[in-house]
Design a binder for this molecule. Sequence first.
Ligand code: PLP
Length: 346
Amino acid sequence: MDNFYGPGRNHLFVPGPVNIPEHVIRAMNRNNEDYRSPAIPALTKTLLEDIKQIFKTTTGTPFLIPTTGTGAWESALTNTLSPGDQIVSFLIGQFSLLWIDQQRRLNFNVDVIESEWGQGANLEVLASKLAADTVHTVKAICIVHNETATGVTNNLAAVRKILDHYRHPALILVDGVSSIYVALTGSQKALSLPTGIGIAYKLETYWPYTPSIHLLYGLRASLDLIFEEGLDNVIARHSRLAKATRLAVEAWGLKNCAQKEEWYSNSVTAVLVPPNLDSSEIVSRAWKRYNLSLGLGLNKVAGKKILFMFEESLILFALQNMGLLIGDGMDVENPILFTVFGCGGN
Ligand code: PLP
């Protein structure tokens, strides 16, 4: 029975998919519907309008694509570039690595700027490449905003500044799957939905293919929750909770995988596990004993860290249990006690 969930609620702290708020779950609990009925274009219209606020744009055109983040990557690349185009891509962790792999398979000419995992994009190298590219061979810069695998956030404004400084016309394609700021994202992280919608920037309100109606209703409910709280308040809350998490990690004498403060993520904290501990053991114990799902390090950082997605309040519960799991003596035998702080939000 080891591979089945035990009774009770599973406490989901992997860095995505994240917990879905009850309000959003209830909004999706409905029969299938005819997506050519007048109701669906009306719903889609509100979504396309309101999603702009999440991307903080009034002029951008959002696309809702029935896919995952990986499909949104491909869609962004193939709709803005042509095979053989020269692009510059930053490699800072597993998700930037996977995106670069996709870029190569789609036959782009990829110039990779690599950093040690735990560090952010090397912008000095970008500046020197753009300075040398006076004939504008480089057509796009691809950057993962928030590298989920290492909890590192890149400075997008600095990338824009470098391009402006050299008056370089290259496009900036941003993966915002685990942060959502500028260009493309998936539904299963910051929007607290099931996996299955890729969101990028024109789509008519009539669908050219069968959309997932349930996800559209879920997205409506998720946006309503965000707007009710206020987007800036949501961002401030994550920033506050992220800081609390980092302080707790520090107090346990453990290290953040992100090596400098300027790269700290407010959505994912990746914790380096001491060499005498095996992170997969911690993750396995959390799952079996507490019905608590934590993320494992991937690829180069496998075995070295556990990850958790930042979630309203329940994070406190995760922190307490992590304290117990890594043996700092916190005596938390009844994890359910900590759920009284409320449940995860967007
Ligand atoms: N980009 C980042 C930063 C991610 O964290 C992920 C998934 O975790 C992806 C892309 C891939 O998204 P998906 O798994 O929805 O295809």
